[in-house]
Design a protein around this ligand. Sequence first.
Ligand code: 4NP
Length: 149
Amino acid sequence: MVCLGNICRSPLAEGILKDKAQKAGLNWQVESRGTGGWHAGNLPDHRSIEIAKERGLDITDQRSQKLTTKDLADFDLIFAMDKANYRDIIAKSDNPALEQKVFLILNEANPESDRSVPDPYYGGENGFSEVYDMIDKACEALVQKHLQK
Ligand code: 4NP
């Protein structure tokens, strides 16, 4: 799960997908990263921690990490929160095969819509609830798709 800072959106995505995968009995390793490293080592944004807590998830075990080229090789699926994240991920590698495992997260619930999870960092508290719901719906669709396989 990849966003820009790995403090707002992708920590929620990590927490949500881990929870759903575990409840579905899927043995997935779910992690999150930021394309930028400014917040490396930091806790998720307090607004992400709070909205997750309201929805029953504790994401305070997470610390921001910058995406590396090793991550691109290690993970089977890579989900970008927005289109800029998608472009930044693809630009980190000259391997054309990478495109086959990098996806926009919201396309899981709304295939080919190419929508982005809005960056809530400079917004108020309300944006986080909306962002949570969008990611939750996408992760639910992702898990259901894999259960049907
Ligand atoms: P995120 O949000 O990409 O959802 O973690 C942001 C966090 C920090 C910054 C930008 C977006 N920043 O510019 O520091």
